[in-house]
Design a protein around this ligand. Structure first.
Ligand code: SDX
Length: 426
C-alpha cells in the first residue's frame, strides 16, 4: 500500500472522489475503484485494456521492454537453464525446488498421469475428425466427474493433489485425443520417462513397443511447454479465475480456460499461423497478404503478429525463433519452405509502416507452429500443445486465488437499453 491517493473530480459532485492507490513491486500501481459504485458510478473498460481484476505474485510482463518474469526469473533464462517440471514447481510454489523437492514433485506428477477409464471411453466416443481442442475441453471437464466428491478446495493437500492430477493427466489426454484421431490404441503413461518423453511416447509411439523418443524432440517439447507455461492475466487465465471464483470444481474451471484458449485471437493463433503460411504458399504471395492485413475492409489479420501487452517484442518469440533454427537443423529440415516464408513475412512486416505504427511484432505463436510442424505434430494439435504448457499457469492462478479470501467475480455494465415500459394491454 502507498499513501499516494487519487482524486476523481466529477461534474455534479460537490467534492472529488478520493481513491486509494495500491503499489506494485514493479510495473504500474493500481487505482482502487471498488468503492465507485457507492458514488453511483461504474468504471467502463471494454476488453479490460486498463483493468487489474486481481493481485498476483506469479508472473510479471513489461510490454514496452519485452520482459516476462516467472516468480522473478526471466523467461529466456528459464528456457535455457530450467526444465518444465522445475518451472511448474516454481509457478506453483514461488521458489525454485531443491533437487529432492523437484524429484518428489516430478514423481508425484508422473504417478498421477494415468487417466480413469470413464474419461478414456469419453474420448473414444468422439468422431475421428473431432477437433482435439473440443476433446481436451470435454475430457478435462470429465475429470471433474472423476474427482469431485474427494476434493475440498479449502484444503491445501487437496489442491496439491489436484495439481498433480491435472499436470499429470493433460499429456495423457492429449495423446489419447491424437491416437483416437488415428484409430490407434492408447499407450499408458510410463513413469520411467521424463514428462516430455512420456508425452511424445504416448502420442507417437506404438502400443507394445519400447519407448524410442529422440532427445532433441523431447528437449524441444519441454522448451515449448516452458514458453507457454504462464502469461499473467491473459484471456484464458482470466476465464479460469472468474470461473473458479464461484467455487466450482477446479477441473471445470480449467476446462473453461481451454475453451477460451482455443480461439484464433488467443492460443488458436498457432494453428492459424500454419494455415496462413500454407495459404500464402510462396514468398511471391507475401505482398498480397501483407496488403490484405493492412486493409481495414478486409477481416484478414497476419496471424502470429500483435499482442495486447507486448508493444516492442514478445520475449518468447525471440527464444522460439532461435529454437526453431536449432530444431530444424537437428531434424535436417532447415530448408523447410514455410520457415523461409515466415522469415520473409516477419522481415517485411517489421519494415512496413503499418506494423511499426501499430506496434505489431511476432508473438509466441508465430514460430511455435513451424517448430511443431517440423516435429511432425499435426496442425490441429498445436493449440493442444499450448494447453499442455499453460495448464500449470491456469492452475497456479486458480490456486493463488482460492488460497486466500476471495469474492465471486461479478462485473457490471453500461446499460443503454430500454428504460422501464409497460406490457401492452390487449
Ligand atoms: C496469445 O494475452 C496474452 O498474454 C495472450 C498470449 C498468452 O500467452 O496467453 O500471449 C497468447 O494469445 C498471443 C496472441 C495470438 N493472436 C494472434 O496472433 C492473432 C493475431 N493478432 C491479433 O488478433 C491481435 O493483435 C491481438 C488479438 C493479439 C491483440 O489484439 P488487441 O490488443 O485487441 O488489438 P486490436 O485488435 O485492437 O488491434 C489494434 C490495431 C487494429 O487496427 P486499428 O483498428 O487501430 O486501425 O492493430 C491492428 C488492428 O486491426 N492489428 C492487426 C493485427 N493485430 C492487430 N492488423 C493486422 N494483423 C494483425 N495481426
Amino acid at each position: 500500500m502507498t499513501d499516494k491517493r487519487a482524486r476523481l473530480t466529477v461534474d455534479g459532485l460537490e467534492a472529488p472522489i478520493d481513491l486509494a492507490i495500491h503499489s506494485s513491486s514493479v510495473g504500474p500501481d493500481v487505482i482502487d475503484v471498488s468503492g465507485l459504485t457507492k458514488k453511483g458510478y461504474f468504471t467502463y473498460d471494454p476488453g479490460f485494456m486498463s483493468t487489474a481484476p486481481c493481485e498476483s505474485k506469479i508472473t510479471y510482463i513489461d510490454g514496452g521492454k519485452g520482459v516476462l518474469l516467472h516468480r522473478g526469473y526471466p523467461i529466456d533464462q528459464l528456457a535455457e537453464h530450467s526444465d518444465y517440471m522445475e518451472v511448474c514447481y516454481l509457478l506453483l510454489n514461488g521458489e525454485l525446488p531443491t533437487d529432492a523437492q523437484k524429484k518428489a514433485f516430478s514423481d508425484a506428477v508422473m504417478a498421477n498421469a494415468k487417466v480413469d477409464p470413464s474419461v478414456a471411453n469419453l474420448i473414444k466416443s468422439f468422431a475421428r475428425d473431432a477437433h482435439p481442442m473440443a476433446i481436451m475441453g470435454s475430457a478435462i471437464n470429465a475429470l471433474a466427474a472423476v474427482y469431485n466428491n474427494d476434493i475440498d478446495i479449502s484444503k491445501e493437500e487437496d489442491r496439491l493433489q489436484t495439481a498433480y492430477r491435472l499436470i499429470g493427466q493433460v499429456p495423457t489426454l492429449a495423446a489419447m485425443a491424437y491416437k483416437h484421431s488415428k484409430g490407434e490404441a492408447f499407450i499408458e503413461p510410463d513413469a520411467s520417462l521424463s514428462y516430455a518423453e512420456n508425452f511424445l511416447h504416448m502420442t507417437f509411439g506404438k502400443a507394445g513397443e519400447k519407448p524410442n523418443v529422440k532427445p532433441v524432440l523431447a528437449k524441444a517439447v519441454d522448451r515449448l511447454f516452458i514458453l507457454h507455461a504462464d502469461h499473467e492475466q491473459n484471456a484464458s487465465t482470466s476465464t479460469v479465475r472468474l470461473s473458479g471464483s464461484s467455487g466450482t470444481n477446479p477441473f471445470a474451471a480449467i476446462a473453461a480456460g481451454v475453451a477460451t484458449l482455443w480461439g484464433p485471437a488467443h492460443g488458436g493463433a498457432n494453428e492459424a499461423v500454419l494455415n496462413m503460411l500454407d495459404e500464402v504458399g510462396s514468398v511471391e504471395n507475401i505482398d498480397k497478404y501483407v496488403a490484405k492485413a493492412k486493409d481495414k475492409a478486409d477481416p484478414f489479420r497476419l496471424m502470429g503478429f500483435g499482442h495486447r501487452v507486448y508493444k516492442n517484442f514478445d520475449p518468447r518469440a525471440k527464444v522460439m525463433k532461435v529454437a526453431c533454427d536449432e530444431v530444424l537443423v537437428e531434424l535436417g529440415k532447415e530448408d523447410e519452405p514455410l520457415l523461409d516464408i515466415a522469415k520473409r513475412l516477419e522481415k517485411i512486416a517489421l519494415e512496413d509502416d503499418y506494423f511499426i505504427q501499430k506496434k505489431l511484432y511476432p508473438n509466441v505463436d508465430f514460430y511455435s507452429g513451424i517448430i511443431m510442424k517440423a516435429m511432425e505434430i499435426p496442425t490441429e494439435m498445436f493449440t493442444v500443445m499450448f494447453t499442455l504448457g499453460r495448464a500449470v499457469g491456469w492452475y497456479s492462478h486458480w490456486n493463488e486465488m482460492v488460497s486466500a479470501p476471495y469474492k465471486i467475480g461479478r462485473p457490471r455494465q453500461l446499460y443503454t437499453g430500454y428504460t422501464q415500459r409497460d406490457y401492452p394491454q390487449k
